[in-house]
Design a protein around this ligand. Structure first.
Ligand SMILES: [Fe+2]
Length: 686
């Protein structure tokens, strides 16, 4: 037995994997007839390394509890050169899903796989790829995506991605798809209750016979509810085709558990209801439907999740990092550990973190704070107050303000005695920092479901009389992600700087918008000191902030020009909200008056957003990343609002394709992006 094989068997045993081991190629001897109807969710693969990958399918049977499938892996789509074959158990206990870890494969190779039952009824054929070896110097390419509502949109972006990848040269083809969360939205609208929202048609996804409801949003209250929504999502043909073409590397965001959930706490329509049993159910359904190397707390078996028994118990005690010190909470959030690394050739180490299971309470989530964000300033919150809330008792060298003020209004500081906000939590953060320090790859890419760039405006520069006086300083327009987790973000960026780490870049999702720029702990009037790059990918389909402004911001709101410019005769307003974040209020007001982009940009406020090269709050699509020994290139591929499914093989029109390219920098040097508009017109995003 070779060392590779011994090592693999150890890994596989730890994962409790159904195993296949690659060997000499020979033609398939199985009688396979494709029966797509018997495998309604298709096939998938996940988490490749240089010699193995996990394969997945779902084959429901009417009678249980357990059946055996076979899986074949071949070097060719006709299965003339089959290199591995294995049993793949399916059982009602895992909703008839199966995961098979296939090892002994060659690095950097394309493989084809298919499942079949004992009667020869076969799944579709899937394609997957192994990673390059750790020392492979060739460039690597991957895509990152997020936020794929099929309740309110269609996945034309995957169709475009497939179309382009099929036509790309082998060395330019995507190695994997990094899915940064909101693979499902657990909140589901029923078309007969809500026919449209914003510009969207509401499409049927799933029904929760035993779910909850808040407003028009239905949400699951059982494991079967979560499973139903995954099956509803996997009815989408473009998602199924994407999963059958590339291995996915996935981390959940919030909606795989609960819209406003954190740790194991549920928020929909309720304040802080304990949800330990649902957190376990959400983890189980995620584990059943997304093949990955995430570690689960139950048995090591890849066959069933083996959920820990937990009770819904109110959390009364919090540790020094805001972690709920309650045994059922700890058991629930540790029932599936999502954070992990993926090594992919010499140039990429992908370090993936979980933003919801360990985080402390969102510091702006206290009644009364809305007084600091009056309706005259839509979505704006004083940045100094956001910083004080984030810093908690540690703010300004342990001198937190007793009150937060907005002009004449003041509110008692609810975070005065709280620890600083953490999104990662202490244990994951220690792991993350150690991995960052230890990585030997050229590029250390932080795969992170939540955005990190500040989103802020400068209402302090509004001309007198347009609005009540802004109390001073910048306004934060974000919240809930690393854009306002100032203390923790600085802790990580300072580590990158102090340890002399180069090639650090963040790829993230959640914001339903495209952002490209730099990772800097502070912005003016603080020190702008970029230590890396920071990107956010647009949503695949979910509505973004621009769409909400279009539908919700009144025509006569005095500050409407900061968000939307109504060009006479145009079908849609121009998105000055992008300009607000990158150039500031003076540029927006000029643009809304003259529609002259050059004149508007000439009024850009250089202190507002030196960290941004690009922001588009209305962009949908995906991003690709290419990494080599000396360069990181990130392309945003933006499509029109995906309201209906395109029947075209390319998924429909492109809005724009924009590349941001950075040369690898040396320790102490500043990273710099070069922007290239390759197709279309990103308009006000630059
Ligand atoms: Fe989302």
């Amino acid at each position: 037995m070779t060392n590779d094989r011994r090592e693999f068997l150890r890994t596989a045993a730890a994962m409790g994997a159904a195993l296949a081991w690659g060997g000499r190629a020979r033609a398939s001897r199985l009688a396979w007839r494709e029966r797509e109807d018997l495998y309604p969710e298709g096939v998938a693969s996940g988490d490749p390394d240089w010699h193995s990958v996990i394969l997945w399918t779902r084959r429901p049977f009417a009678a249980g509890p357990r059946r055996m499938l076979s899986v074949e892996v071949a070097e060719d789509p006709a299965f003339r050169r089959v290199v591995a074959r294995a049993d793949a158990p399916v059982s009602a206990a895992a909703d008839w899903t199966t995961r098979v870890l296939v090892g002994g494969l060659q690095p950097s190779r394309v493989y084809w796989y298919r499942f079949l039952d004992s009667e020869g009824n076969g799944s579709r054929v899937g394609r997957t790829l192994t990673a390059p070896r750790d020392d492979d110097p060739r460039p690597v390419t991957f895509a990152f995506v997020s936020c794929q509502s099929v309740n309110e949109g269609k996945l034309n972006a995957y169709r475009r991605m497939i179309f382009e990848d099929e036509r790309a040269k082998r060395e330019d083809q995507l190695g994997f798809v990094l899915h940064l969360g909101d693979f499902i939205y657990e909140v589901v609208e029923y078309p007969e209750e809500l026919a449209t929202r914003y510009d969207r048609t509401i499409y049927e996804v799933a029904r929760y016979p035993d779910g909850g409801k808040t407003g028009k949003l239905h949400y699951p209250l059982t494991l079967d509810g979560y499973r139903a929504v995954y099956r509803g999502y996997l009815a989408d043909p473009d998602l199924k085709d994407a999963r059958a073409r590339w291995p996915f590397v996935a981390i959940w965001d919030n909606h795989e558990f609960s819209w406003q959930g954190w740790q194991s706490i549920l928020k929909p329509g309720d304040d802080g209801r304990p949800g330990q049993t649902l957190k376990v159910a959400a983890n189980q359904a995620w584990w059943e439907y997304l093949p990955s190397r995430c570690r689960k707390a139950g048995s090591a078996s890849l066959e069933t999740f083996d959920a820990p028994a937990v009770k819904d118990v109110k959390i009364e005690r919090w540790d020094a990092n805001g972690l709920g010190d309650e045994p059922n909470n700890l058991a629930a959030i540790n029932s599936l550990i999502g954070y992990r690394t993926v090594r992919y050739g010499r140039h990429l180490e992908l370090i993936i973190t979980d933003q919801h299971s360990y985080r402390s309470r969102e510091p702006t989530d206290h009644p009364g704070l809305e007084k600091l964000s009056p309706p005259e300033f839509p979505g704006m919150f004083p940045e100094t107050a956001a910083q004080a809330l984030d810093g908690g008792r540690a703010f300004k060298g342990r001198r937190p303000p007793a009150e937060l003020t907005f002009g004449a209004v003041s509110v008692a500081n609810p975070q005065r005695d709280a620890p600083p906000q953490t999104i990662l939590g202490a244990e994951q953060k220690a792991w993350f920092k150690a991995r960052l320090r230890a990585s030997a790859a050229t590029w250390k890419i932080w795969g992170n479901s939540e955005g990190a760039p500040d989103w802020r405006g400068d209402p302090q520069n509004l001309p007198a009389g347009m609005a009540p006086p802004w109390p001073g300083g910048f306004a934060s327009l974000g919240g809930g992600d690393y854009g306002t987790a100032y203390v923790e973000r600085a802790e990580i960026y300072d580590l990158v700087r102090d340890a002399g780490i180069t090639g650090f870049a963040i790829v993230s999702g959640d914001r339903h918008s495209f952002w490209a720029g730099y990772a800097s702990a502070e912005l003016p009037p603080g020190r702008f000191e970029p230590v890396g790059l920071s990107f956010v990918g647009g949503s695949l389909s979910s509505p973004g902030a621009l769409e909400s402004y279009e539908h919700r911001l009144p025509m006569d709101h005095p500050l409407r020009p900061l968000f939307l410019a109504d060009r006479p005769g145009a079908a849609k307003p121009d998105p000055t909200c992008n300009m607000l974040l990158k150039h500031g209020v003076r540029a927006c007001l000029e643009y809304a008056k003259s529609f002259d982009l050059a004149r508007a940009r000439a009024l850009s406020n250089p202190d507002l957003s030196p960290h941004l090269e690009f922001v588009d709050l209305g962009g949908h699509g995906y991003a690709t990343v290419r990494l080599s020994a000396d360069e990181m290139r990130t392309d945003f591929v933006c499509i029109p609002r995906p309201i209906t499914r395109s029947e075209r093989p390319d998924g429909g029109d492109l809005r724009y394709r924009v590349a941001h390219i950075a040369k690898l920098w040396r320790p102490g040097e500043r990273p710099r992006l070069v922007q290239q508009v390759l197709e279309g017109d990103p308009g006000l995003a630059i």
